[in-house]
Design a protein around this ligand. Structure first.
Ligand code: GAP
Length: 484
């Protein structure tokens, strides 16, 4: 699949638009149109339902060491600045960048994105230039967006838009334990916006400056944390395959031991072979990390660094802790065993926009299907899993007479309370099917002459193109059973 075709379809059919497009757009920011917003909501709702609200707290799911509880949280985007100092984002959440000083270029690049020490825009943006390379020395660029809280506007009032949702969970660990009576092992889930001032946003929504994350921080006993890491790795991979990202374009990549921080016994990425990447390359959809007790301890004690394999509180030039923690006790006491410990954390951290992009790429297909005259034509069809399809079913009267529109409207209204349904009576029925195929609608209902005599309609399957008759009164049940 060529990426250009998908990008064009996303704009033409209202999945994705460039933000502020009428003013020329803003690099790294994207808006979801009417179909895109339904798709992304369905993906987020599937995640919330499968991970949180639909999770059975009482029974161990397949592969899990024991039963566990799941709860949700919704934290603010702007948090106390100390959060980011202690988490390490203030000092360490940087990309190395270089500037090109050549007149007419003035480009800015991530060092790891340029193949040589030369400006990658040569010669297109370097008119008249030959081999004067004007890249600056690499320097650190912090990815957090800065803002000011309150009216005074002084540097003391500086705050940051969160670059991940995870920290909101860690700083609320005590609150959740005290208010909801959860017992370790348990997970706290959050989804919401995160912001990173990426130097080179690119590849459609893949690397954006504003995006949504779906993160779980799973708290467990240190001894059982390796088993929980295995469980979450496999559980999250299964979630994507169940929703249709099956096949060789999806893979789970375990990080090598040399890539791991010493407190971690494993990190793996779920990756997808996006069509804009070189053949054989994969892009990250989600990371599953064993984080030990690093985060809770940092928020208790102060910013931690690693020295000789040990976690120690980082000191400033004056020998005092560089960034102090909250001083609050974030340990956990097991009331059955009386053991007190700082839980270890397994973190499955997914991007809602990257997931949506992967589902869009996977869904795009071109095949041959007959038109209204029975001639085979190329059709574009978005083969979304029915659970995430923006529209579940479309209803058409075959013609705009003989009472067919009235019956079709009645069917439309009967389905509406149960699922997203679209009514369309304009144009030849074949063209209406094509429009729904491009939107990824799994089923179409057509009211025709036979409906007037026996009350049945045709139900058409988007992928097999098979059509069969169903009585009007059985439609909702049949659709619910097929959509799941
Ligand atoms: N709390 C851990 C954390 O934030 P991360 O690997 O930096 O880890 C997790 O981000 C996920 O968030 C990524 O796997 C990706 O899906 C998504 N993500 C990160 N940066 C992004 C960006 N600039 N644009 C879109 N999605 C992004």
């Amino acid at each position: 699949m060529e990426m250009d075709k998908l990008v064009a379809l996303c704009k033409r059919r209202g999945f994705l638009f460039q933000s502020s497009e009428i003013y020329g757009g803003l690099n790294g920011f994207w808006d979801y149109g009417p179909l895109g917003v339904e798709l992304k909501r369905n993906i987020k709702e599937a995640w919330w339902r499968d991970m949180v609200s639909g999770h059975d707290d009482l029974a161990a799911p397949p592969g899990a060491p024991t039963a566990y509880e799941m709860v949700g949280i919704d934290c603010t985007i702007i948090m106390h600045p100390q959060v980011w100092k202690v988490s390490g984002h203030y000092d360490l959440f940087v990309d190395k960048m270089v500037d090109c000083k050549a007149e007419g270029c003035k480009g800015r690049f991530r060092v790891d994105h340029i193949p040589s020490s030369e400006c990658p825009l040569k010669p297109s943006k370097h008119p008249g230039e030959h081999d004067k390379c004007k890249l600056t020395e690499p320097r650190d660029f912090n990815l957090m967006f800065k803002t000011i809280v309150g009216a005074l506007g002084t540097e003391e009032d500086a705050a940051f838009l969160r670059p991940e949702t995870a920290q909101g969970i860690f700083v609320n660990f005590r609150n959740v334990c005290d208010s909801s009576r959860v017992r370790v092992p348990f997970g706290i889930a959050q989804m919401g916006k995160s912001f990173r001032n990426e130097i080179t946003p690119r590849n459609f929504t893949f690397r954006s400056r504003e995006f949504e994350q779906m993160e779980i921080e799973f708290f467990c006993h240190p001894k059982s944390s390796p088993q929980w890491y295995q469980y979450w790795r496999d559980r999250r991979m299964k979630w994507y395959t169940d929703l249709g990202l099956a096949g060789e374009r999806l893979r789970l990549r375990e990080h090598g031991k040399e890539e791991l921080s010493h407190y971690s016994c494993g990190t793996s990425d779920i990756e997808y072979a996006f069509p804009f990447l070189e053949a054989g390359d994969f892009g990250e959809l989600e990371g599953i990390a064993h984080r030990g007790d690093f985060d809770l301890r940092s928020h208790m004690e102060g910013k931690l660094v690693t020295k000789d394999g040990q976690l120690i509180v980082e000191q400033g030039p004056d020998g005092k802790p560089k960034w102090k923690g909250s001083g609050k006790d974030l340990s956990y006491r097991d009331d059955l065993t009386n053991e007190r410990f700082v839980p270890h954390v397994i973190e499955p951290s997914a991007g809602a926009d990257r997931g949506t992009l992967a589902f869009l790429c996977e869904a795009y297909h071109e095949d041959q299907a007959p038109d209204d005259k029975g001639q085979m034509q190329t059709r574009v069809v978005m083969r979304f899993h029915p659970r995430i399809a923006p529209i579940k079913v479309a209803v058409f009267p075959l013609v705009k007479k003989d009472g067919m529109p009235e019956i079709a409207e009645r069917i439309y209204r009967a389905i509406k309370p149960h699922m997203t349904v679209f009514y369309d009576e304009s144009g030849a029925v074949g063209r209406r099917y094509r429009r729904q195929d491009e939107a990824g609608t799994p089923f179409c209902i057509t009211v025709d002459g036979q409906t007037l005599t026996d009350g049945t309609v045709t139900l058409r399957d988007r992928d097999t193109l098979k059509q069969w008759r169903v009585h009007e009164k059985d439609l909702v049940a049949e659709l619910r059973q097929r959509i799941g």
